[in-house]
Design a protein around this ligand. Structure first.
Ligand code: BDP
Length: 670
């Protein structure tokens, strides 16, 4: 057992007959899945039907006993996977219509053509291994097929094959031919292929003198390129673009704005129904608070984008931090389609070492109330098309997948891939439900009662319940030991792994250093984003803005995100801020120590290989959590000048030691 089978390990020997009047590669897959995974009545006849049904969206389906109806082949495939999942998770199947929340449920791979993966912690790319190695092997084809199946099983229907920091070479013909080979494998599983493109491509690979979006030759170049792509990949999805961000070229290099750039590409793609996902992740080292910059730059352009442009916005206003408030762009851009971007790969959550189930964080985000169109304007509803009139609705997740045998580096990181798909399909699903399903499918016993689909009582009590609870607590634990109470971006250096509240090398851009974000001084700690500070709060809608602005009503989870708070400020717990900070860090460490106990107790229910791998990582997480706590408390103590409450465990490291470890780590990473 090495984890390669993901959540798709159930095999069936129960004979079943499956019928469908239509034939297609997608329907063949659905039929095979049902035949190989059926856990219901032996000899059952299952009928798949293509129907016209106004209540169904394109990928939606109706299940009723052993019938699946859908408008499209992909809908039938999703219906098949739904029935199988419910059978394997021991859930009932009533008559039901199931529709996806978002039309486009897309993974973004940050894979480079040389095979490395930006912020990847699971080995090298499954798509690329170098520009001199583009031939497609049978190994490639097998792996892509498994990847496609896993995505289809959770409703993911699109993927971007390469990094947003895009090499212009991705649009050269030999590379496009490999992309075509991938697309051909993904298509039967209902998955469309997209590419991330570099705005300067017409100059770099096209030999033009400019990439100015108003230049006729540039427009013509993109049109020709798009035509070439559609000849190879007739159902190509479109482009993802990171422009004028972190050194990437963009329309501003030519005095144009984001709308000018995005619309030029949108025009080229429009005849083929292709789309442009244009990222709002922009900021520069100006005096303006980084948290405000995307909003400042994009709000004035609302209404100027073509209807096949989607603005892709990270969940928070800064950058995938352990916890962020939602970006104020959600719900604010009313005349533009906006899609959330989540980070499945755990750049800022302990990478492939820490056990962190991200579903709870995403749930918190999707259910955040923006107030933009009155009560009920959650982020989810502001992006799914139910409030605003939009041609597309979409959600993206930055993939955590690589060549590692278990795909994701950490066995539990598979749960985040699974969760992204499930929430993209149904943004109202609870994290508890997702964890429940995933654990049953991934670690469930083989001896589930086939008649009643019920799990062994002991397995349920001694494995499922405690391990599920561990997953549901894991994100909060990480926030506690890394950045509680709204602290953010206090990582060391560029690896974004260990603590570095002190890290500010001479000459470094201030907005890339932790002191810019925590602002600790003798009076207190936190970033003042009220009207007296950067006023980022004014980008939120009332009554939320007022609630955030008031120290007494601002949720404590975001306190230091929005306020510079005195060390002696009285918290809801009645402790001072300093003491509360100490308690939170301490709590985080204790939580991980508890996770270790939970896992050790679960040993007899898990195969040896996965048990040992997870146990080993939890040990490291425990040590890391201790390091985070000690580093942050000892460093901030220099400002608060107060003791760590005596009832708490004392630090195990001293600050000099931690600084030296950090220096070594930074040196090694260079
Ligand atoms: C940051 C990553 C960086 C990405 C960037 C982005 O550190 O590697 O290129 O986001 O999203 O989180 O473009």
């Amino acid at each position: 057992e090495n984890g390669h089978k993901l959540w798709l390990r159930a095999n069936s020997t129960i004979p079943v007959e499956v019928r469908c009047s239509k034939k297609s590669p997608t329907i063949d897959i659905a039929i095979n899945e049902l035949k190989n995974g059926w856990q219901g009545k032996a000899g059952q006849l299952i009928e798949l039907k293509i129907v016209k049904d106004k209540l169904l969206k394109d990928d939606g389906f109706r299940i009723n006993g052993a019938t699946i109806q859908a408008k499209t082949d992909a809908g039938l495939l999703y219906g098949a996977f739904e029935i199988l999942r419910r059978q394997h998770a021991g859930e009932s199947i009533a008559e039901e219509i199931v529709n996806p929340s978002y039309n486009l449920r897309i993974l973004n791979h940050w894979d480079n053509l040389d095979g490395s993966v930006e912020r990847g912690y699971a080995g090298r790319s499954i798509f690329w291994r170098g520009i001199d190695s583009l031939e497609v092997t049978s190994g490639d084809l097998n792996l892509w097929k498994e990847y496609a199946r896993a995505n289809a099983s959770v409703g993911i229907n699109a993927t971007v094959l390469n990094n947003v920091n895009a090499s212009p070479s991705v649009l050269t013909t030999p590379v496009l031919e490999r992309a075509k080979a991938v697309a051909d494998v993904l298509r039967p599983c209902g998955i469309k292929t997209y590419l991330a493109v570099n705005f300067a491509s017409p100059e770099v690979i096209g030999g033009l003198e400019t990439a100015d979006p108003f230049d006729p030759a540039v427009k013509a170049w993109w049109k020709e390129k798009v035509k070439e792509i559609y000849t190879l990949i007739p159902d190509f999805g479109g482009f993802l673009v990171k422009a004028n961000s972190e050194g990437q070229p963009g329309p501003q290099n030519f005095g144009r704005n984001h709308a000018d750039g995005a619309n030029m590409m949108a025009e080229a793609l429009e005849p083929y129904n292709g789309i442009v996902m244009w990222r709002a992740f922009v900021y520069d080292p100006s005096d303006e608070d980084r948290a405000k910059q995307a909003y400042n730059e994009f709000m004035p352009l609302d209404g100027q984008f073509h209807d096949n442009v989607i603005i892709q916005v990270k969940n928070g206003p800064i950058d995938f931090q352990p916890r962020e408030p939602f970006s104020p762009l959600f719900g604010a851009m009313k005349k533009t389609t906006v899609m959330p971007e989540l980070q499945v790969t755990m750049e800022y959550h302990g990478q492939s070492v820490h056990l962190v189930f991200l579903a709870t964080m995403w749930e918190e985000f999707l259910k955040s109330e923006t107030w933009q169109e009155g009560a009920g304007s959650t982020v989810a509803r502001c992006t799914d098309g139910s409030i605003f009139n939009q041609k597309y609705s979409a959600i993206a997740g930055v993939a955590n997948i690589g060549l590692d045998t278990n795909w994701c580096g950490h066995d539990f990181a598979q749960a985040n891939w699974y969760a992204f798909g499930r929430q993209a399909w149904d943004h109202s699903i609870s994290s508890a439900q997702i964890a429940d399903e995933w654990l049953k499918l991934t670690f469930g016993p083989q001896n589930i009662d086939k008649e009643t689909s019920s799990y062994d009582l002991e397995w349920n009590l001694s494995f499922l319940q405690p391990v599920k609870q561990m997953m549901l607590n894991s994100h909060e634990a990480t926030v506690n030991y890394m950045m509680p109470l709204g602290l953010h971006h206090i990582f060391s250096a560029h690896a974004h792994y260990g603590p570095g509240p002190w890290w500010a090398p001479r000459g470094m851009r201030a907005d890339w250093t932790p002191p810019y974000y925590h602002q600790a001084d003798s009076l207190g700690i936190g970033f003042d984003r009220t009207a007296l500070g950067s006023d980022a709060i004014s980008q939120y809608h009332e009554p939320l803005a007022g609630q955030l602005a008031d120290l007494n009503t601002c949720p404590e989870a975001y306190l230091l995100w929005f306020h510079h708070v005195s060390w002696d400020h009285k918290m809801k717990s009645n402790r001072t801020l300093w003491n509360e900070l100490c308690y939170r860090y301490d709590e985080g460490v204790k939580q991980v120590r508890e996770f270790q106990r939970v896992w050790d107790k679960a040993e007899r229910f898990v195969d040896a290989e996965r048990f040992a791998a997870v146990q080993h990582k939890l040990t490291e997480q425990g040590m890391n959590a201790q390091e985070w706590k000690d580093a942050c408390l000892l460093y901030f103590q220099q400002f608060s000048k107060q003791p760590i409450p005596y009832e708490l465990e004392r630090p195990l490291f001293n600050l000099d030691e931690l600084l030296e470890r950090d220096r070594q780590r930074v040196r090694r990473s260079r």
